[in-house]
Design a protein around this ligand. Structure first.
Ligand SMILES: NC(=O)c1ccc[n+]([C@@H]2O[C@H](COP(=O)([O-])OP(=O)(O)OC[C@H]3O[C@@H](n4cnc5c(N)ncnc54)[C@H](OP(=O)(O)O)[C@@H]3O)[C@@H](O)[C@H]2O)c1
Length: 443
């Protein structure tokens, strides 16, 4: 393969992220070219509306509305897919990979939905797919897992991967305001999408967890194979009681691997995190990830999880790797099955059964305020071998009711689910209980 000295970069999409990449690439082009030993040409740009005012100067001759034409243009070496969504983005990505090109993407939804197909297309066509910006914005977590931590297998990775949820929970904690009030304000300020569902119900975090699990364990776990719970039912009561018990509440992705049983489990849920842990103190729109490797121990990464500049930083890092690959002919360590097998063996890995997922739990119940109710609750828990660690009773917003806040000793997902089903049968339990996991992680 001849090694080009001019690298042509084609953009599919020039919105928030694309403009950030264009802006920073243009500003640092001379320095990057000197370091990479190749000239970088911002070659062609596909957008939906060429007449739209943009924050960057683009010669009109470079603009097109045909993203596929950019992806298959023989002169383009690197395709930056920054359109988003899963339809056109998939078409563009597969077309470029089939022609042996390098695709750089920030598209977690596409990767999560079609990751296996994309990597297969890259292997078949001789192309490469880089996706640093798809998880945790500016934090180079993919490079860390893929390269810096290559000596390790990963028994546990947990992280705050959604800046919107972290922003909402942080403001609830600091300002004592309700979820609904802080969400409305976050929308007004642009920190939450008009439709916040994907973020607050945990699906965005689940997409990112799937990507991290694939990198660490070589297996695509579908979001419907995960436990996914969001933050919408968290109240000030939970925040205040968690704080009194020494915890902050964070929406976490938790990826655990039992290497002896060869079992993997991926879950996303709000978690009571002990204040002594670094991630319990990662606040606002920041993301944080704690990666435990069997060789290195725990390493922690914190940074901006989204936004134009942080995401552009990750995309440009991928472009630099792509240029190195094109000019040296040497492959950076791309995630393939061989790498994943090294990192712990994909062969035979199974999803862990619920009873093997252990935790302590926090349970908030609204119950009828009458004698014997606590005994009924305790009986159901005992029947399921869930042992109570502490109970607090408070007034309820419901008439003739009381609120019970319980924490449990170590139990497991199967036992706690059966407990919840049993509690739901009690006439004295007035609402669906709120269940939160307690993350007694070590660092
Ligand atoms: N924004 C972030 O902070 C962030 C962070 C991490 C990852 N990401 C990911 O980065 C990707 C891009 O996000 P973004 O926020 O930059 O999105 P965006 O602002 O909506 O930009 C999308 C771009 O794609 C173009 N486009 C849409 N449909 C097209 C079509 N049919 N043909 C040609 N061009 C088309 C749009 O053209 P027009 O400009 O003409 O409308 C626009 O330039 C997504 O996968 C997202 O999940 C974003």
């Amino acid at each position: 393969m001849s090694k080009p000295s001019v690298i042509n970069i084609g953009f599919c999409g020039l919105g928030t992220v694309g403009q950030g990449v264009w802006k920073h690439l243009s500003a640092s082009r001379a320095a990057l070219e000197a370091r990479l030993g190749a000239r970088l040409e911002l070659y062609r740009v596909a957008v939906r509306n060429p007449g739209k005012a943009r924050g960057v100067d683009i010669p009109a001759a470079k603009l097109t509305t045909d993203a596929l034409a950019v992806a298959i243009d023989p002169a383009v070496h690197i395709v930056c897919e920054l359109i988003g969504g899963t339809a056109l983005a998939r078409e563009v990505t597969l077309a470029a990979l089939a022609r042996g090109k390098i695709v750089v993407s920030a598209n977690k939804a596409l990767l999560c939905e079609s990751g296996a197909e994309i990597f297969a297309a890259a292997r078949k066509g001789g192309g490469h797919f880089f996706f640093e910006a798809s998880v945790a914005g500016g934090i180079p977590i993919i490079k860390a897992l893929r390269e810096g931590l290559i000596a390790n297998r990963f028994p546990r990775i947990y992280g705050i991967l959604n800046g919107t949820c972290n922003y909402l929970l942080t403001r609830m904690e600091r300002e004592g305001v309700s979820y609904a009030d802080v969400l409305a304000d976050a929308k007004r300020l642009g920190y939450a999408e008009a439709d916040e569902t994907l973020d607050v119900q945990g699906w965005d975090t689940a997409h990112k967890a799937a990507i991290l699990a694939y990198l660490a364990h070589g297996m695509w776990v579908k979001t419907d194979q995960m436990l996914v719970e969001g933050i919408t039912r968290i109240t000030q009561t939970d925040i205040v009681h968690a704080a009194q018990l020494g915890y902050g509440i964070k929406l976490l992705a938790v990826i655990t691997r039992d290497f002896e049983a060869n079992q993997l489990f991926v879950r996303v849920h709000p978690t009571l995190l002990p204040r002594r842990l670094v991630l319990a103190n990662v606040d606002g729109v920041y993301n944080g990830i704690a990666v435990t490797g069997d060789v290195v121990g725990t390493t922690i990464y914190i940074g901006r999880g989204a936004g134009q500049d942080a995401t552009a930083s990750a995309v440009i890092g991928d472009i630099a790797d792509a240029v190195t690959l094109l000019t040296s002919g040497k492959s950076v360590v791309v995630p393939d099955e061989a790498a994943a097998i090294h990192a712990g063996g994909r062969k035979g890995v199974k999803l862990a059964p619920l009873e093997s997922i252990c935790s302590r739990y926090y349970l908030r119940l609204e119950v009828r305020d009458q004698p014997g109710v606590l005994a009924q609750v305790a009986t159901i828990m005992a029947q399921n071998r869930v042992s109570i660690e502490s109970v607090i009773q408070r007034g309820s917003r419901l008439p003739d009711a009381a609120m019970l806040i319980l924490t449990t000793h170590q139990s497991n997902e199967q036992a706690i689910r059966t407990t919840l089903a049993g509690l739901a049968q009690l006439a004295s339990v007035l609402e669906e209980p709120l269940l939160l996991r307690i993350g007694d992680f070590e660092e």
